[in-house]
Design a protein. Structure first.
Length: 439
């Protein structure tokens, strides 16, 4: 049976005389990231004594560092008539996930997303345009890029700066069914190893209790990952979802470190050097970083699996009391072990539709949150291979084509005006309290 997906176009804003995109290497440098984003920044948003403070351009680098910035993404996830805005958090520190963001900025994040949501839905009603508001996060702390010699170097926007997308997803009526060829399956499906290891560590008792915060949210494993259902409530639902993702990110980030340390030679040295690079303001450090190498540990995955097993058991114990590993978890571990293999280039690989596919170091996740049938559904998809994935693919959709535009979208002015007016009377931010601390 041929596998199908629903697809729709995405938009590239290629404005004349301006640098369009971040180079993966230059994006490791905060000054360069700011230089590429500055023309697209709509507002800088900050938490001042528990309230939202907003500032319009022109904005200096000092105005946007350690603050939220609302920007128009040049690589838009939607067709030209559908809005897509991004929230970035820039600092000199390594902050690609919710779990690494400072507390004061986490406090106002639900309020900011809610304002953007109201703006997009208000505009949608005026335009009578069929679609659905969603927001999503690409939490990929280690977005390594492969060298020709088989080693990896750190690159990609997600390596150093957190960003969250808010968009109006097109109606399914305007999407097209598309057959997914075998060489593109990795765009919308994770490998067997990614699914199996997620099932294993998520079901470790102490880790699951911590992530769920002792609440039994309804969840389901699919071929693409996890989907959680949060019943829609009048207050606090968005705060609850972000707090849940914060806890998931905390554990997922530590699992990524376990995978890297277990699978690759001299990973400690590599990650220490990467950390130095990420906080460096010296542009020459980028040249030095090209010497960083990350290579597979050996010719058999057996030793790596033993290290991963030990690391996950230790991590589970760190979040609670020693517990006996239940038989079903031992069975799950056998599936993890069977799904990690080497390809012809002796790279760590797994299977996708029975075809070996190379894994990338670490494992990020794509999150997409949508409202459906009285619930907020949270989709979580492992980003595990060298093929690109993201929040759209986490939902099972794909892009059919790229539409190039040489001017900014018509919807931008209306949304910018509404969002500014909404923030003109700042509301006190909601508190995370026990959700954030997991107490």
């Amino acid at each position: 049976m041929k596998l199908m997906t629903l697809s729709f176009p995405r938009t590239i804003y290629q404005l004349k005389g301006e640098e369009s995109f971040l180079n993966p290497w230059s994006s490791l440098n905060t000054k360069t990231t700011y230089r590429h984003l500055r023309r697209e920044i709509l507002f800088a948003i900050d938490n001042l004594h528990g309230k939202v403070q907003v500032k319009k351009p022109p904005l200096t680098e000092a105005d946007v560092l350690r603050r939220w910035i609302l920007a128009l993404p040049r690589r838009n996830y939607t067709p030209p008539q559908y809005p897509h805005l991004q929230l970035w958090y820039l600092s000199k520190y390594f902050t690609p996930t919710l779990a690494l963001l400072p507390r004061e900025q986490l406090l106002i994040l639900p309020n900011i997303i809610e304002v953007i949501k109201r703006a997009i839905l208000r505009w949608q009603r005026q335009q009578n345009l069929a679609g659905q508001f969603v927001f999503g996060i690409n939490a990929t702390p280690f977005a390594f890029i492969k060298r020709r010699d088989g080693s990896y170097w750190p690159g990609g926007q997600s390596v150093r700066a957190f960003h969250l997308s808010c968009l109006l997803l097109p109606s399914r009526r305007v999407m097209k069914k598309q057959v997914i060829s075998q060489d593109r399956l990795g765009l919308i499906y994770p490998s067997d190893f990614a699914i199996n290891i997620l099932k294993f560590w998520f079901h470790l008792p102490n880790l699951q209790d911590y992530i769920l915060s002792h609440s039994r949210f309804h969840y389901l494993f699919t071929r693409r990952g996890l989907v959680f259902k949060f019943p829609i409530t009048n207050k606090g639902n968005l705060t609850e979802i972000l707090a849940f993702l914060y806890r998931f990110d905390q554990i997922a980030y530590k699992v990524q470190l376990i995978l890297i340390h277990s699978l690759y030679k001299k990973s400690e040295h590599f990650l220490n050097n990467l950390e130095t690079l990420l906080v460096s303001t010296d542009a020459d450090a980028l040249k030095e970083a090209r010497r960083l190498h990350l290579h597979f540990e050996g010719v058999l995955p057996l030793v790596a699996l033993e290290k991963i097993w030990a690391g996950l058991q230790k991590l589970d114990l760190a979040y609670g009391h020693r517990r006996r590993l239940l038989p079903y978890l031992r069975y799950r571990w056998k599936k993890v072990a069977a799904s990690l293999v080497l390809n012809e280039q002796n790279e760590p690989s797994s299977f996708l539709a029975n075809v070996p596919i190379a894994l990338r170091p670490g494992m990020g996740y794509g999150y997409l949150v949508e409202e459906k049938a009285g619930n907020n559904n949270v989709w979580i998809m492992p980003l595990d291979t060298l093929l690109p994935k993201g929040i759209i693919e986490a939902r099972g959709f794909s892009f059919s084509e790229k539409i190039v535009r040489h001017q900014k979208p018509a919807w931008l002015a209306s949304l910018r005006s509404y969002i500014w007016r909404s923030f003109s009377q700042p509301a006190t931010s909601r508190r995370w309290g026990r959700e954030k601390n997991g107490n």
